[in-house]
Design a protein around this ligand. Structure first.
Ligand code: DGL
Length: 290
């Protein structure tokens, strides 16, 4: 399947004037769908482009220089194609690194997704919190800075998982992973000593909430899981306002764009349709350096 977004006559956003905004939601893959769902609830009237840079997935393995270059390249293309009014970077691995560069480069507002360390520290009773993220996010100065600024009274356990984002993709593509593989990624999140045990896990990769019911079932004890998606949606509404009067109940239009589209089998297409993304396109952008 190959659909060129601009040449495809079915959906040429840049050429369609509209009273409602176009919101671009961007991730390396399917994780940003957890953010997309919340933003869609907050602005059901809007037009959406959900963009997955699956040609470069997973971002967690890219060097910082390669990731900055890649995100700028892909955003350049997407912004040129769909002329959004706002972009949501629904990816912690990218947001913790690239947001300042994006804001410098493009005139539209950007809303990022960053580890929910402040709320985790605020609600923890034991002071033992875990930030479950990609290895890239765990290594960022930005993430360390959040810990120093907001979790100084806590013991923050930063866990970088190399496999969970891929597991979440596999699950949505109709290939669920065995419990023991998930458990191996999850167990480092749970710490216990004489002072108490971990009571909050911040899901600092947008893929992970896709696995939440399974993570909850496999957790050795109950904890509070934080998914930052509702906070991201609130920020979008702060910047853009609520639904346009007269369009509140409109079913917005939404398309999912992939930079490669290799996982687009029937299970994923069904999952995307269920999440409000019936239209699909591939805008081919191979990754040239990692
Ligand atoms: N969903 C992304 C995040 O929030 C990252 C997954 C990846 O590409 O490694 O960090």
């Amino acid at each position: 399947m190959h659909v060129d977004l601009l040449a495809g006559t079915a959906y040429n956003l840049a050429a369609m004037p509209s009273p409602v905004p176009t919101i671009l939601v961007f991730d390396s893959g399917l994780g940003g769908l957890t953010v997309f769902s919340e933003v869609l609830k907050a602005r059901p009237d809007a037009r959406f482009v959900y963009a997955a840079d699956d040609a470069a997935f997973p971002y967690g393995r890219l060097s910082e220089d390669a990731l900055v270059a890649r995100v700028i390249e892909v955003m350049e293309r997407l912004i040129g194609l769909c002329d959004p009014d706002l972009a949501v970077i629904a990816c912690n691995t990218a947001s913790t690194l690239v947001l300042p560069r994006l804001r410098e480069r493009f005139a539209i507002p950007f809303v990022g997704t960053v580890p929910a360390i402040k709320p985790a520290a605020q609600i923890s009773r034991t002071g033992l919190i875990t930030v479950l993220a990609t290895p890239g996010t765990v290594a960022r100065d930005y993430t360390r800075g959040l810990v120093d600024a907001y979790a100084a009274r806590c013991r923050a356990n930063l866990v970088g998982s190399t496999r969970l984002a891929g597991f979440a993709e596999a699950e949505l593509e109709g290939r669920p992973v065995p419990d023991e593989d998930l458990r191996a990624e999850l167990l480092p999140c749970f710490a216990e000593d004489e002072t108490g045990r971990t009571d909050v896990v911040a899901l600092a990769c947008t893929h992970y909430p896709l696995l939440l019911p399974r993570l909850q079932a496999l957790a050795p004890w109950p904890v509070t899981w934080i998914d930052p998606a509702p906070a991201v949606a609130r920020r979008v509404v702060q910047l853009m306002g609520g639904p346009v009067p007269g369009h509140e109940a409109d079913e917005g239009e939404a398309i999912a764009v992939f930079t490669e589209g290799r996982g687009l089998g029937s299970a994923l297409r069904d999952a995307l349709r269920e999440k409000g993304l019936p239209l699909l396109a591939v805008e081919s952008l191979p990754l040239t350096r990692a």
